[in-house]
Unconditional design. Structure first.
Length: 754
């Protein structure tokens, strides 16, 4: 369908609506309501033409407009109608057993009748205008979008034509109702597959056309059955009226269900608001129509008081929702209004349902004024109940959803950088990218707050902790710029703080403080990205977020302090280990250099020289015995030095030798085989001597545990797996034959082996 064809068809539809209004506007109301099947007058309006000529409820209309009542049911057109003021309308009525001829002279139409015409015509124009604007919009670049627009044009046209058909021809009215029930009502549900534009599941798109076709065929058969079994045209007309009401209520509810189903997969906020706005409008219309049905059932006399067009005018909420969602760039305010209106409508429906049930069952039989008092007393509790129950899905208030999710996410991390980013992102999403910044306290012993991040603002890099402390004494988490300037106006400030307090973009300062009222961070909040003011509800939600951030930043500060203490302890331990290692190495070198290679070596040489020069056998044997003891002492001291500081420990490639020594020591202690396997055998890599030392200590401890706990094991295997590439770890695995895994050690690939 081209744009030119669409424009032409919509202009023809508008011309038709204009002709209908011009034709219908002067047509007066004769002032009585009849039973459409029998022609019996059921109501005569006060101060009407019918009351002036003496018509009474119970009179039966035998003929009107020159046709019998039976002929009216079968004629395509009831023309001529009394189009002009003063036009006589002859009627034959039957009162009891008497027939009487009366003449009604058409006067100016009553205000009530004209209001009904305007209400229906307004609804028709709203539908037409929605279709025209959607179809001619630059966004209507697809065939589906133009079909959606054409639907609203057709619906507006049928609503406008129905006003004239209702008076001029029951057959034409039935045809229009047939078209609305069997085609437009199911299309009202199906078009939500294409509007608002959003990604949908392939399965949902696949089954749309078949389901729509089956629904249309089912409604066609239902409508045909309703008409074919009717005793007359007016009976068929009444049935189609009821079917139209039920069908459109069902279509509105199904539309809401479809939109709610696809709402979960929409991620774009504007599209979500479009879906929610249209869905809420469908719920609103369905609630209103159901309320009217209940009211008419429990109080039929109200049909004469409530204008007939009131049922139609409310239906204009759906096309208006389409129109607003299609042309408005910011739907936030309208979304909140629609949410409150729908909750009010649902509360009203609940109240009317409860009161109607009590009246219908006879449990409540009081005066109308008392009924109104009861309904008013029930309204607010019902409103609160519905708001609480339906606070999710399409009725969820999403203004502060991002901030509430942020408050929950703040409890999931202790990293200060992550907390800052999460905190600012929640405000950024909620208020459409406002100007904002955050200062934070790095150390609880520090006296300065540092600028963590600034978005769309230029601020000084630091402020004093005393500056934030003076603000935290105010007792409020969020202070306006005027309040900040008033409180700090007489206090000495450094230039950076003056620049912050009188910054042109600073609207609010929020202090994030610990339970002891110590400032942990300072929020600087500027104008919203959508240039809306910060309302009271906004400030309350920001205060709640600041409270959640206070707990998160306090936990983070405690964690950072504990982490710092742990790092200090680890540093002290490493220093102690380094001192111990240096001391042990110094002791080993002293024994090796001064005792083994010094004193003991000289003693051995002296003893050998004396033994060679002394001829006394006993003395020579004693000298040889002392020499052997000296050699044994040297060997023991060499073994002791090797244990204190193995020679291989100073070799970057000495890890294998060190681990073999561990295996030999464990085998000697245990008495069973302890083997070392290399994977691959020639894959040795250089390992830092400090890492080697730690690895040897850990291996000794692991082997000791293995020997202690692996009572049923027959052998222990140490498997040293060298890294195959730069990103692979160095892994040591200790297993025992006949036992499960005893120990495993993996060095991260991020460590420098050498």
């Amino acid at each position: 369908m081209s744009r030119s064809f669409f424009r032409l068809s919509t202009l023809l539809a508008l011309l038709s609506l204009g002709l209908v209004l011009v034709t219908l506007w002067p047509l007066p109301d004769l002032g009585f309501i009849t039973d459409m099947d029998t022609g019996t007058i059921t109501q005569v309006r006060p101060r009407s033409i019918a009351e002036a000529v003496g018509l009474l409820p119970g009179d039966r209309v035998m003929s009107i407009y020159g046709y019998t009542w039976h002929e009216i049911n079968t004629r395509i057109s009831l023309l001529p109608l009394p189009w002009q003021y003063g036009t006589p309308t002859e009627m034959i009525i039957e009162r009891g057993s008497e027939s009487r001829q009366v003449v009604l002279y058409a006067g100016p139409p009553s205000t009530r009748v004209q209001i009904e015409k305007l209400l229906r015509f307004f609804t028709a124009i709203v539908c037409w205008g929605t279709g025209y604007l959607l179809g001619t919009s630059p966004r209507a670049d697809t065939r589906q979008q133009r079909w959606v627009a054409l639907f609203w044009v057709l619906l507006g046209l049928t609503i406008g034509l129905y006003q004239l058909a209702d008076l001029a021809s029951y057959i034409l009215a039935v045809a229009i109702l047939w078209f609305q029930c069997t085609l437009l009502a199911p299309l009202a549900v199906g078009l939500h597959m294409w509007y608002p534009s959003r990604p949908l599941a392939p399965a949902l798109r696949k089954w749309t056309a078949p389901l729509l076709l089956v629904t249309m065929l089912s409604l066609q058969f239902t409508a045909a059955a309703q008409i074919s079994t009717a005793s007359s045209t007016v009976v068929a007309f009444e049935r189609m009226l009821r079917m139209a009401l039920v069908t459109f209520i069902g279509s509105f509810l199904l539309s809401w269900g479809l939109l709610a189903y696809t709402y979960r997969t929409a991620v774009v906020k504007h599209v979500r608001r479009q879906i929610r706005l249209i869905g809420l409008a469908c719920v609103l219309v369905a609630c209103w129509w159901v309320q009217l049905l209940i009211v008419f059932l429990i109080a039929p006399d109200l049909t004469a008081v409530i204008p007939a067009g009131i049922t139609t005018i409310v239906a204009a909420a759906v096309p208006l929702a389409y129109l607003a969602s299609g042309v408005s760039a910011d739907l936030m305010r309208l979304d909140q209004i629609a949410r409150r209106v729908v909750i009010s409508a649902l509360a009203g429906l609940m109240v009317i349902g409860v009161v109607g049930t009590l009246v219908w069952t006879g449990l409540l039989n009081v005066a109308p004024a008392t009924l109104l008092i009861v309904a008013g007393a029930l309204y607010w509790p019902c409103f609160q109940l519905i708001e609480r129950v339906l606070s999710r899905g399409l009725l969820a208030d999403e203004r502060y959803e991002a901030m509430r999710q942020t408050a929950a996410q703040l409890s999931q991390s202790l990293d200060r950088t992550t907390l800052v980013r999460t905190f600012l992102s929640g405000l950024d999403q909620t208020f459409q990218h406002p100007r904002l910044a955050l200062y934070y306290l790095e150390d609880d012993k520090d006296e300065t707050l540092y600028l963590a991040e600034a978005r769309r603002m230029e601020l000084p890099p630091t402020v004093r902790l005393a500056f934030a402390a003076a603000l935290s004494d105010a007792g409020h988490a969020l202070l306006s710029a005027s309040e900040v300037q008033r409180r700090l106006g007489h206090q000495p400030l450094v230039q950076a703080e003056v620049d912050l307090v009188f910054h042109p973009d600073m609207l609010y300062l929020g202090v994030i403080r610990s339970a002891g009222n110590q400032p942990l961070a300072l929020l600087v909040l500027g104008p919203r990205g959508d240039y809306d003011p910060y309302r009271e509800a906004d400030r309350q939600e920001i205060s709640h977020l600041l409270a959640a951030a206070a707990l998160a930043f306090a936990n983070s500060a405690s964690y950072m302090a504990a982490l710092k203490a742990e790092n200090d302890t680890r540093k002290t331990l490493r220093q102690a280990q380094d001192i111990r290692q240096r001391t042990v190495a110094e002791v080993a070198r002293t024994i090796h250099d001064d005792i083994l290679n010094g004193t003991l070596l000289r003693n051995q040489r002296t003893l050998r020289a004396l033994a060679e020069r002394i001829n006394d056998r006993w003395a020579r044997e004693k000298l040889q015995q002392i020499s052997e003891e000296e050699r044994a002492t040297s060997a023991n001291l060499r073994y002791f030095c090797e244990r204190l500081e193995p020679t291989a420990m100073m070799d970057p490639f000495g890890l294998e030798a060190n681990l073999r020594q561990c295996a030999e020591d464990a085998e000697e202690l245990w008495g069973k085989p302890v083997r070392l396997e290399l994977v691959p055998e020639d894959g040795a890599v250089p390992v830092d001597v400090n890492i080697q030392h730690q690895l040897v200590l850990i291996t000794k401890e692991a082997l000791t545990n293995a020997i202690t706990h692996a009572r049923g094991a027959t052998a222990i295997t140490m498997r040293l797996c060298f890294p195959s590439g730069p990103g692979e770890p160095l892994m040591l695995r200790i297993d025992s034959a006949g036992e499960p895994l005893l120990s495993s050690l993996t060095l991260s690939p991020g460590l420098r082996y050498w």
